[in-house]
Design a protein around this ligand. Structure first.
Ligand SMILES: C[S@@+](CC[C@H](N)C(=O)[O-])C[C@H]1O[C@@H](n2cnc3c(N)ncnc32)[C@H](O)[C@@H]1O
Length: 252
């Protein structure tokens, strides 16, 4: 999850995600890696035959982990084609599709999904419009699960960037409103700020350790990453930014 001012896109693109997966020891680009997935899914029904869309699936590690632990059959979608090719090759048991989440309804006209999950992706989507697309691709009874940054500043969050590679930590009041407008109802709002703080502390320490190794090759990337994540950590420690899990039900 990258959301900083310096060169954010360098961690959202394929090479950036590969660096993160090396640092995080798994194909994950969200804080907390597998602990975070377990935590989010502890609020969701476990049904091996339900259809799950992993929106912004990155390198595919999250989709694979979800399916491997029998929470459902997962289809991942991402706008990064290299990431999709990597995921298709590494995790052939899941399905991965290249595409823009905002037009996901054109890819799934039969509305197959019981659940849509997002790990560190919703902050970069058009937070209002994408919910309407999600409504169209889900079954009449369906859920959304969002794991992301939250904004404690009322819209003045220092991590916010609206132009290229957007990053907008979630204003819960606004999201609740967007959900209601698009046919979703927020049923659970779980603050995970303390977890985020610990996870970012661990991540920056891991990067620091890599930098202490004189033989470590991706030094420039690591320095950049350290700066990014330290800034995020500080914003969390200063109570400007938090972490949140939002669970919503489709309205009848
Ligand atoms: C921080 S990464 C998280 C990846 C993955 N969810 C994980 O936790 O490992 C954000 C992902 O969202 C994807 N993404 C951003 N905008 C997108 C869009 N409009 N449609 C589909 N994917 C998008 C990026 O390509 C990137 O892989």
């Amino acid at each position: 999850m990258n959301c900083t001012a310096t060169n954010t896109s360098s961690f959202r693109d394929y090479k950036g995600k590969k660096f993160l997966s090396y640092t995080r020891e798994g194909d994950y680009a969200h804080p907390g890696e597998e602990d975070a997935i377990r935590l989010v899914f502890s609020y969701l029904p476990k049904k091996a035959d339900q259809k799950i869309l992993d929106a912004g699936s990155g390198l595919g590690g999250t989709a694979n982990f979800i399916q491997k632990h029998h929470w459902g059959e997962v289809i991942g979608i991402d706008i990064d084609q290299d990431g999709i090719i990597f995921a298709q090759e590494k995790y052939p048991n899941c399905e991965f599709i290249y595409g823009d989440i905002h037009t996901v309804d054109s890819l799934f006209p039969n509305s197959p999904f019981d659940l849509i999950c997002m790990f560190s992706t919703y902050y970069s989507f058009n937070q209002k419009n994408v919910l309407t697309a999600f409504h169209k691709v889900t079954k009449p009874i369906a859920k959304l699960a969002i794991f992301d940054y939250s904004d404690f500043t009322g819209g003045n969050n220092p991590l916010t960037r609206k132009e290229k590679n957007p990053c907008v930590p979630l204003q819960i009041d606004l999201i609740t409103e967007y959900m209601e407008l698009s046919g979703w109802m927020l049923i659970q709002h779980i603050d995970v700020t303390e977890n985020f703080k610990n996870w970012y502390e661990t991540l920056t320490k891991r990067i620091q350790k890599l930098l202490e190794d004189p033989d470590f090759k991706m030094r420039e990337k690591a320095l950049d990453a350290h700066k990014h994540y330290h800034r995020i950590y500080n914003s969390i420690a200063n109570r400007e930014t938090g972490g949140v899990i939002l669970i919503a039900d489709k309205m009848p």
